[in-house]
Write a protein that binds this ligand. Sequence first.
Ligand code: NI
Length: 237
Amino acid sequence: MLLRIPQVLQPDELAQVRQLILTADWADGRITAGSQSGTVKNNRQLPEELPAAQQARHLVSVALARNPMFVTGALPKSVYPPLFNRYGGGHDTNHFGNHIDNAVRTHAATARHVRTDISCTLFLSEPASYDGGELVVQDTYGEQRIKFEAGDLVMYPGTSVHRVEPVTRGERLASFFWIESMVRADAQRRLLYEMDMAITSLRRKDMAQSVPGSAESSEVVKLTGCYHNLLRMWADV
Ligand code: NI
């Protein structure tokens, strides 16, 4: 499931994150690449131990945790602390060729393992401010070319081959990270997500028609129960 989550960061948070990371010292992006992806990776990355990276990561993490669409789409068990990268800005050949992310990431500071069920990119630059830099994700419907508004996030299955196109003008800043989900299989997560969205919309319709303070319809109660029983069957916590 490829999911767009709009406005994960509010404009003031976006400005804060950008200011924090733009004034920090960047390193070669190959610091987190595996041996295959290291041969196709060419960008810059913010070393995660820098205070600016820690503060920016905190802002992103708080924004993710309060976002209901993120939580229901990912059903996160464990989130790899968000990283930051940049392409372009005078580094003409910056891009990241086709690869699949490593299946397990180990966080250096905590030695914690995260299985990468879901890959995420949070866009931090306005799309009009740079050319190229699309995230291209290959799925069964063909290639999806993704370039969202600053503050928007895309999540896609960690199993996908993907790349970032060269940035030919301006600069592309982004945060990227991985999620180990309580529900490992993408198809099951998708069913749960669609069911949750449908129940939420049904509940809204019910509330609009009912007397304030009255109980939910028995259908909504039953469907909500089915959602939780499916989650109970599939979740690994
Ligand atoms: Ni990747």
